[in-house]
Design a protein around this ligand. Structure first.
Ligand SMILES: Cc1cc2nc3c(=O)[nH]c(=O)nc-3n(C[C@H](O)[C@H](O)[C@H](O)COP(=O)(O)OP(=O)(O)OC[C@H]3O[C@@H](n4cnc5c(N)ncnc54)[C@H](O)[C@@H]3O)c2cc1C
Length: 247
């Protein structure tokens, strides 16, 4: 029951993030500043594209986790759900708080005002992070699974074989995680938990997204240098998908 409720927290935060992006996109399509709509301004287009790309990965990873929850007869899927549910709750619920703040900023002053929907979403966001075990508790849970059921990493490793060599940022992040897991310490719990969730997400993106979009996701989320500028092709594709083809 705890696992399912924690999964629900991650899904809830993801849904709130998606709603916040929809509100921001709708506004950016209409509001004109400096002679163009906001969505046509290069810097705003970057902001919106990055938000949409972040959610692309999250959606793929959460649906994959839902499949694991639905496959209770499979030992591998039970292990996957056991490890990745607290990781999803930690990472997604935490990411939601700055994400909604960014969406609010897309609307400018009216985004902050109570008449817009975003202050309510912003207030709602931290509860999923605290509820049913706060961030550190999720990380301690992940470390507990790694210690008590180390075979869980073989499940992820089998999936990694399918995407190995496709993206250098992903491969490097995978190698770094293997090193970290040789001697995991409680003090590194947040880095390990968030890193595992990003790797699980990256695997889905690399398997199911278009190559330019998948590479952009890996660079944005896994490259420690943080060079996140998305090219026009990725911007167009990710915004088209986020707006259901209105792009
Ligand atoms: C709106 C709302 C509704 C709720 N509904 C319910 C409900 O229906 N039923 C129910 O049973 N509960 C409910 N709760 C309680 C909720 O699940 C707990 O508040 C939450 O799990 C955090 O536990 P706590 O308050 O005891 O905080 P604590 O356990 O005191 O934690 C405080 C902080 O310390 C950190 N921490 C704790 N232990 C460690 C450690 N060993 N190492 C490092 N950091 C640590 C935590 O991560 C947290 O940041 C609800 C809470 C809210 C806000």
């Amino acid at each position: 029951m705890g696992g399912l409720t924690r999964f629900d927290c991650a899904l809830g935060s993801h849904g709130l993030m998606r709603r916040a992006l929809s509100v921001a996109l709708y506004h950016a399509w209409q509001r004109q500043a400096f002679g163009k709509t906001l969505v046509e301004q290069p810097l705003m287009r970057q902001v919106l594209s990055r938000m949409a790309l972040q959610l692309e990965g999250q959606t793929a990873a959460l649906f994959r986790l839902a499949r694991a929850w639905d496959s209770r007869s499979s030992r591998e899927e039970v292990l996957r759900a056991r490890l990745l549910t607290p990781a999803a709750k930690f990472s997604v619920c935490k990411a939601g708080i700055p994400f909604v703040a960014e969406a609010m900023e897309v609307l400018g002053g009216i985004g902050y005002c109570e008449e817009s929907e975003l202050p309510r979403l912003y207030r709602e966001m931290p509860v999923n992070s605290i509820w049913e075990g706060s961030g550190n508790i999720m990380c301690l849970d992940v470390l507990r699974v790694l210690a008590k059921q180390p075979e869980v990493m073989a499940v992820l490793h089998a999936e990694y074989q399918e995407v190995k060599g496709v993206d250098r940022h992903f491969d490097r992040a995978w190698r770094q995680m293997q090193q970290r897991l040789r001697k995991p310490s409680e003090a590194q719990g947040r880095e390990i938990t968030h890193g595992l969730w990003l790797l699980a997400t990256g695997m889905q993106v690399l398997r199911y997204s278009s190559p330019p979009l998948a590479q952009a996701w890996c660079r944005m989320m896994l490259d420690p240098r943080g060079d996140m500028v998305l090219d026009a092709r990725v911007q167009n594709e990710v915004l088209l998908r986020a707006t259901g083809g209105q792009g």
